[in-house]
Design a protein around this ligand. Structure first.
Ligand SMILES: [Zn+2]
Length: 69
């Protein structure tokens, strides 16, 4: 599980209000996730292995390795 740091967003990350752009750690795809549209999070549209979720407090990126560790 990774969390975006609003004060130190990566080159392939963005976060504004209820929306964030994250980079899939599995395939490198950058995709949008919205707290409004994706209440249960959104899987990477390219490979489906990573799931990003936006809440009021944080943006979390679940990686495929999370389930095994
Ligand atoms: Zn992916």
């Amino acid at each position: 599980m990774r969390y975006l740091d609003k004060a130190a967003l990566g080159q392939f990350e963005d976060w504004y209000g209820d929306n964030a752009a994250v980079q899939c750690t599995s395939c490198g795809k950058v995709f949008l996730v919205s707290a409004v549209l994706h209440r249960k999070g959104r899987s990477c549209p390219a490979c489906g292995r990573c799931t990003a979720k936006v809440t009021k407090q944080m943006v979390a990126l679940t990686e495929p390795t999370d389930s095994t560790s």
